[in-house]
Design a protein around this ligand. Structure first.
Ligand code: HEC
Length: 409
């Protein structure tokens, strides 16, 4: 993951887990919201159905049992009475109820386009109940319709003109379209509508609570996992990193870390300690063997010089220092090639040794002219041996000056 490589592990982890959790919470909240919406819609449909059934039952009861009274009291006409009852039933709620018919008597009962459409479907006997969430002028509302079917009692006033009571005849002339119904025919419908806004207000509040709750869970999660990560992983790993860079700076391999767990971090600490142990041992060994080598060449009777492939002198003995006329401090770091009359030849021999694996100057005794600090030349027999140290080759030259030379010592 390239974009995260420059961020700390903790930040990366926090970012990724926040992203995942936010996505999870959003998905859950959305799912919840949809479920609550469906529940609320079902509840509203149930309510509308109950109200409608009550009205139809009331109307049927009146139509069957209050037959002569409407003549003298118009308020007892089933439609008029049930309208009043419905009004009282739904007062104080969001529900509004109408009783509509395509062939209305009261213009106030004329169906709107939606109701007309549903009534037509009812008349085709498709179904006797329908509901839908509609949007009018940007406002959503639930529209519910339940068909009213004419029974024989209804026909007393909605059958033929001649059979109708005088007060009905007086109001609605012969040929008015509100006459002429048959038993079983859809005569109208109870129409209930309720704005969704009011219903959904509660879920809006629930959603707000959900989000606050989720945010708290998220913060707690990040705080806890952050603390655990820091304690269990980041701090120990950082400790190891700091110690490694310390070792790189100081070269001191004596440091050990306390191993507090047996998990992967514990293993890392264990490996670090083992590595330090091994390096410590190797260094001690090397120091000891170098020490032994130094002591050994100091007691040798011949000048001995050790140098790297580039000619840089790294070890010398007293005899060599005396030969070249320099102290150990002065000699170390200088190039062996400068002390040879034909330094180039030796340089080429070393190159040949690296490229071809052998060279005529190495491993055999050759006669050379060496030069001291003052430029005096000596004849000397020289033999060069090669040894490996820390992945690099070290060349050691043993010299033996020949006394009968031009300026021998
Ligand atoms: C006693 C006479 C009478 C009876 C019985 C009667 N109705 Fe009516 N109905 C009326 C009158 C009058 C109106 C007009 C009311 C108004 O002015 O609001 C009406 C209106 C209606 C309406 C409203 C549409 C419109 O025409 O304005 C419907 C629907 C309806 N009746 C259905 C029925 C059904 C169903 C029955 C049987 C269960 C029934 N009525 C029985 C007299 C009657």
């Amino acid at each position: 993951m390239k974009p995260f490589t420059s961020l700390s592990v903790n930040t990366t982890f926090n970012m990724i887990s926040t992203l995942l959790l936010v996505m999870l919470f959003l998905a859950l909240a959305y799912n919840n919201y949809r479920r609550e919406q469906a529940l609320i819609l079902n509840g509203a449909v149930d309510n509308a159905r109950t109200i409608s059934r009550q009205i139809i039952v009331t109307r049927d009861y009146l139509s069957n049992h209050v037959t002569t009274e409407p003549e003298s009291n118009y308020n007892l006409v089933p439609q008029v009475a049930s309208t009043q009852i419905a009004r009282q039933l739904t007062s104080g709620s969001n529900f509004s109820v109408r009783q509509v018919s395509l062939r209305y008597r009261n213009p106030g009962n004329r169906p709107d386009p939606f109701e007309t459409e549903q009534l037509k479907l009812f008349m085709q006997k498709r179904n006797h109940e329908s509901w839908q969430v509609t949007t009018e002028q940007g406002k959503k509302s639930l529209r519910y319709l339940l068909a009213m079917v004419a029974d024989s009692s209804c026909l007393a006033c909605h059958g033929s003109y001649d059979a109708a009571p005088a007060f009905v005849q007086a109001r609605f002339a012969r040929g008015h379209f509100s006459y002429g119904y048959q038993v079983g025919e859809v005569i109208g419908a109870i129409s209930v509508s309720v704005p969704m806004e009011g219903l959904y207000r509660q879920i809006g509040t629930n959603l707000k609570h959900d989000i606050i709750y989720d945010a708290c869970v998220l913060i707690a999660f990040l705080a806890i996992t952050g603390a655990i990560m820091r304690k269990a992983i980041l701090t120990p790993v950082k400790d190891v990193a700091v110690h490694i860079s310390d070792v790189a700076k100081t070269g001191n391999f004596s440091q050990r870390l306390e191993r507090t767990s047996t998990n992967e971090i514990g293993q890392l600490v264990g490996s670090f300690n083992e590595l330090m142990e091994e390096l410590d041992r190797k260094t001690r060994q090397r120091v000891e063997s170098e020490e032994r080598y130094r002591n050994f060449i100091e007691i040798a009777q011949s000048p001995i010089i050790s140098f790297m492939a580039d000619g840089k002198i790294v070890i010398s003995n007293q005899k060599a220092e005396k030969l070249f006329g320099l102290s150990k401090e002065e000699l170390l770091g200088l190039s062996i090639f400068d002390f040879m009359e034909d330094g180039e030849n030796l340089r080429r021999a070393i190159e040949a040794y690296f490229s071809a694996g052998s060279s005529d100057l190495i491993g055999t005794t050759t006669l050379q002219k060496v030069r001291d600090v003052c430029g005096r030349l000596f004849d000397a027999e020289m033999v060069i041996s090669v040894s490996q140290s820390d992945q690099t080759q070290i060349f050691s030259a043993i010299l033996r000056t020949i006394k009968n030379g031009s300026a021998a010592r």
